[in-house]
Design a protein around this ligand. Structure first.
Ligand code: C2E
Ligand code: MG
Ligand code: MG
Length: 546
């Protein structure tokens, strides 16, 4: 229903006599009985911000020209209306005799247009801005001085990606995944200021432009809060998908960035870095990352061929009985001899393999090699093989892979130990626990590696009955007089493990003093350069043909 009203102002003899049509009262929400229909009353209905343009239109009409404008009416009934007014002067004898105005209520049309614009600019699922809006807002902010160079950069771009979200989708379905995205968007909104921009870039990737905060501390704090928001359970969305983690890349506007796109790409590079590091981390962009990212891609390509080209091998490091000094077993550690780069340390390539999924075949290769070798040792020592959380999180299929390898190699399960880090239970805890239980049921022992370096060590111990705890070498370093604190920590871990009935291995033993301290604390096993570096196996152990 077109809602139209009209007014007419008579200008003869310098008097402005206004008459309103009854419909105009309806259009403006005023009461014809109460309100005298004059210009002052009319202007009082106009939103203060719109008064200048309404008055300008009136002046134009008084000058003999047609005029039109849209304005917001502040009606006595409290409903905000959008009014479209067209003014037509009645010219006579070179002067304006009267003004005719037609007023139309365009509130609904306006709302529809707003809605269309909103839909075009926002993500339909979460209601957050989309990439185009973010780029435009970021571009504007940069143009307004956001790109000042100096110690305090006034603007930060954060790219946020939910770790392992594809798995959430696969395991719990789209409805649960969508509910998590919506809830995360809601939590994010509460963490930013009004002037900041939050956008969903697509899938499970989000970005925030943080304006006018002290940097990098502002972005660091925001990133920490975002991680907290992600770690909180998503209860309503399906209990199994309980808690998740996010990877965050941050770029500040004081880098040599040409514009919004460069800054977004920089934050994306930092995000990639955070993901490569295994997720659940925040990385601040540095220009050197571009070069490193190129290197990583090259390394990744080479890694895909490394096994087939015979560049991979295993080094074995002895684990000894602290009381007797006798060798109990060997830990197999992967070694990659790159044709041009020489030895590439596992810390450099395991993360890459985890990120692109090639850790699956690579880990299986290591397990197979270690078991095939150990099955033929001249003495029944155990072999310990590291497995990545990414492998274990595959659940039952990981367990059956282990079973197949044992069968193929003829390795007795009781002589195999698998080393996992706490990271294994951060994501996909259910699948990981299932895998660990199945493997353990085969008779394989499970050791908790690098104990004390994660942030939920005690919770990890509670979640699964590990057969062994390996105290990280950073706590062993200060034993034997170096650090009273390290001694206290190792003593506490030993007490805890004793209470649980689980033996402890001290990693990274390098000096006789450290060994003496471990002996005094009645630690069961030790490993480190003091006993032997990771090397080819001792000749006597390997039976001919092995
Ligand atoms: P990790 O399992 O904690 O292995 C112990 C690391 O400490 C090894 O580093 C070893 O060389 C080093 N180490 C041993 N004794 C000493 C010592 O006395 N002093 C010092 N400073 N270091 C010592 P490496 O071989 O560079 O391996 C690093 C990490 O890479 C391993 O930590 C493990 O998490 C991972 N890794 C190695 N091989 C594999 C594998 O086959 N699969 C998987 N998923 N990860 C592996
Ligand atoms: Mg290990
Ligand atoms: Mg370790």
């Amino acid at each position: 229903m077109a809602r139209l009203g009209a007014w007419r102002a008579d200008l003869t003899a310098g008097v402005r006599s206004w008459t309103w049509s009854p419909e105009l009262h309806r259009v403006l929400g005023t009461d014809s009985a109460m309100r005298p229909a004059g210009e002052a009353e009319y202007l009082a209905l106009v939103h203060p911000f719109d008064r200048p343009k309404v008055m300008a239109a009136h002046r134009r009409a008084l000058a003999g020209l047609t005029a039109a404008c849209e304005w917001r009416a502040m009606s006595p009934d409290g409903r905000e209306r959008r009014i479209w007014t067209e003014l037509r002067p009645q010219n006579e004898d070179g002067g304006v005799r009267a003004l005719h105005a037609v007023c139309q209520d365009v509130t609904e049309r306006h709302a529809a247009e707003e809605r269309i614009r909103y839909l075009a600019e926002h993500d339909g699922l979460t209601g957050l801005a989309n990439r185009a809006v973010l780029r435009e807002g970021l571009g504007k902010a940069l143009a307004h001085g956001g790109r000042r160079r100096g110690p305090s950069a006034p603007l930060a771009v954060l790219c946020i990606d939910i770790d392992g979200f594809k798995l959430v989708n696969d395991l719990h379905g789209h409805a649960v995944a969508d509910a998590i995205l919506v809830e995360f968007a809601r939590r994010m909104r509460r963490l930013v200021r009004r002037s900041d921009i939050i956008a969903r870039l697509g899938g499970d990737e989000f970005a925030i432009v943080q304006m006018a905060a002290d940097q990098p501390s502002g972005a660091e704090q925001l990133a920490a809060r975002l991680q907290e928001a992600m770690a909180k359970p998503f209860g309503g969305a399906g209990a199994e998908a309980a808690s998740l983690s996010a990877s965050i890349g941050v770029a500040l506007s004081d880098i040599d960035a040409a514009g919004a796109d460069t800054l977004l790409a920089a934050a994306g590079t930092a995000l990639q870095r955070a993901q490569d590091a295994g997720g659940n981390s925040v990385v601040l962009y540095h220009p050197i990352m571009e070069r490193e990212a190129r290197e990583s891609r090259a390394l990744e390509a080479d890694l895909a061929q490394a096994v087939s080209r015979g560049e991979m091998s295993l080094a074995y490091q002895p684990l000894v009985d602290v009381a007797t000094g006798g060798v109990l077993g060997f830990e197999a550690l992967m070694r990659w001899r790159h044709p041009e780069r020489g030895m590439v340390p596992p810390d450099r390539f395991i993360g890459l393999a985890e990120a692109n999924g090639s850790i699956g075949p690579l880990g299986e290769w290591a397990l197979e090699q270690a078991c095939a070798s150990a099955a033929r040792w001249s003495s029944p020592l155990f072999v310990a093989v590291n497995v990545s959380p990414v492998q274990v999180q595959r659940g039952a299929s990981f367990a059956s892979m282990v079973e197949r390898v044992l069968a193929r190699t003829g390795m007795p399960p009781a002589r195999l130990e698998l080393e996992v880090t706490e990271g294994v239970l951060i994501r996909e805890a259910e699948a990981a626990l299932d895998a660990l239980r199945r493997v353990r049921a085969l008779g394989v022992r499970i050791a908790l590696d690098d104990f004390g370096t994660g942030y939920s060590s005690l919770a990890t111990l509670q979640a699964f009955p590990f057969d062994k705890i390996k105290v990280d070498r950073r706590f062993v370093a200060g034993l034997g007089g170096g650090s009273a604190q390290d001694t206290t920590i190792v003593r506490a871990v030993l007490g805890l493990a004793r209470g649980l009935g689980v033996p402890v291995v001290a990693e990274g033993v390098e000096t006789p003093e450290q060994l003496a301290a471990l002996r005094a604390e009645r630690c069961a096993e030790a490993q480190g350069w003091f006993f032997g570096r990771p090397e080819p196996l001792p000749a006597g152990l390997v039976t001919p043909g092995a």
